[in-house]
Design a protein around this ligand. Structure first.
Ligand code: HEC
Length: 150
């Protein structure tokens, strides 16, 4: 009888460990994914700035970079499912504690990067530089509130 009890307790404990580690393992995939998409977004922003700052003869690339940022912005909300705040991530728990505020930060990013793609299509370089800054502000605004510092 006593042995059965011990076995039960042990199996409950073990299943706990398994559950714990399997949800961590699940998060690992999504965390890596969102970090990769964020890195890509950062790469496209950096590429636009490089073209503008160094006056590279690649102005016709800007539209594609801007469109890629816009595409990524539309993926952003879904990259932060509930429960993906544990593990090797800089996402702050406040994302899920204050989801509507996070959602607004994503919306601002979606809105400004849509404008960025439009302005890029227009070819107006002055307006573009302005809109790059406006879009960058939505990155910084979200990072300030929702991303841990190094
Ligand atoms: C709505 C919030 C939000 C917006 C908007 C946002 N980010 Fe992020 N970003 C995050 C969070 C949260 C992380 C941390 C993700 C993690 O570690 O799981 C992150 C991580 C990153 C990283 C680091 C990725 C890595 O290697 O780990 C880069 C680069 C980045 N963002 C660039 C950008 C750029 C550029 C923009 C705007 C064009 C942007 N982000 C817009 C929330 C946001």
């Amino acid at each position: 009888m006593k042995q059965i009890k011990i076995v039960t307790v042990l199996s409950v404990l073990l299943s706990f460990c398994f559950f714990g580690s399997s949800s961590l393992a699940d998060s690992k995939g999504i965390i890596k994914y969102r970090q990769n998409v964020m890195k890509a977004t950062g790469g496209h922003m950096g590429a636009i700035v490089d073209i503008l700052k160094n006056r590279l003869p690649l102005a016709d690339h800007i539209v594609d970079h801007a469109r890629s940022i816009q595409q990524n912005s539309k993926m952003t909300l879904a990259m932060f499912p509930k429960g993906s705040g544990l593990g090797d991530t800089k996402a702050k728990p406040v994302i899920w504690e204050n989801w509507s505020k996070f959602e607004s930060a994503v919306k601002a990013f979606v809105r400004e990067s849509a404008k960025l793609a439009k302005v890029a299509e227009s070819g107006d370089m002055e307006a573009l530089a302005k809109q790059v800054r406006a879009t960058g502000k939505t990155c910084g605004g979200c990072h300030r509130n929702f991303r841990k510092r190094d």
